[in-house]
Design a protein. Structure first.
Length: 218
């Protein structure tokens, strides 16, 4: 049986979902009818990422509880949205897990498998004050939360062309061993927005981070 987790997020008036990918590409294709635009996107994807792409869309469909699947379309910036739905969505996938979040306002999500090599790129995406907050205990997890937070914020913004160091700030925080929260901010040109961020350490060394916007500050 497929592993499927769906959890309400009362503070966001939304929900989050996880799918453990154990199925084949044909399994997903037999259960979702793709829109021509979706098929065109899939045709450009190679290898295992095709299954990840399909699993995220099937996950959102399962979360909706509807018999008819909402079509995934992209806006002019490439941000995915559901056709004829006021809800905003964000998806992520990493190896054998897909994650999704849905809410009536801007949200973002990221899931990552822990990999030691991420330490090599810390200076590329973390500000000095963010790097200074890293301790010896849970350091690898801490770095992944920063990365996941910035990925989630990037997706919530949805307009691309954000520099992870220059435009995205995560307030330094103490890393908790299981789950926790922190705050983030996007500042670019005349756009300024604060976000609440949440993170969880999942089984099999996965890090889940998601965010939602606070009241608009501009």
């Amino acid at each position: 049986m497929p592993f499927f987790l769906q959890r309400p997020l009362p503070a966001l008036n939304g929900e989050i979902g996880l799918w453990k990918i154990e199925e084949s590409e044909s399994w997903f294709l037999s259960r979702i009818a793709l829109h021509p635009d979706e098929q065109s996107q899939l045709d450009q994807i190679k290898g295992h990422r095709r299954i990840e792409w399909l699993s995220a869309r099937y996950l959102v469909h399962k979360m909706s509880g509807r018999s008819k699947r909402g079509i995934f379309l992209k806006d002019q910036f490439g941000k995915p949205h559901l056709q004829d739905s006021p809800w905003q969505i964000s998806i992520s996938h990493s190896r054998h897990l897909s994650a999704a979040i849905a809410a009536p306002h801007a949200v973002g999500i990221d899931i990552q498998k822990l990999v030691p090599k991420i330490e090599r790129i810390v200076p590329r995406f973390m500000r000095p004050e963010e790097q200074a907050s890293l301790g010896d205990q849970f350091k690898l997890e801490h770095i992944h939360v920063y990365w996941g937070a910035k990925e989630a914020l990037y997706k919530a913004y949805g307009r691309k062309q954000l520099d992870f160091r220059k435009h995205i700030q995560v307030e330094p925080f103490i890393m908790e061993p299981a789950e926790g929260r922190c705050n983030g901010r996007i500042t670019k040109d005349d756009y300024q927005q604060n976000f609440s961020l949440y993170y969880e350490i999942l089984p099999e060394d996965y890090i889940l981070v998601y965010c939602h916007e606070k009241s608009r500050s501009t």
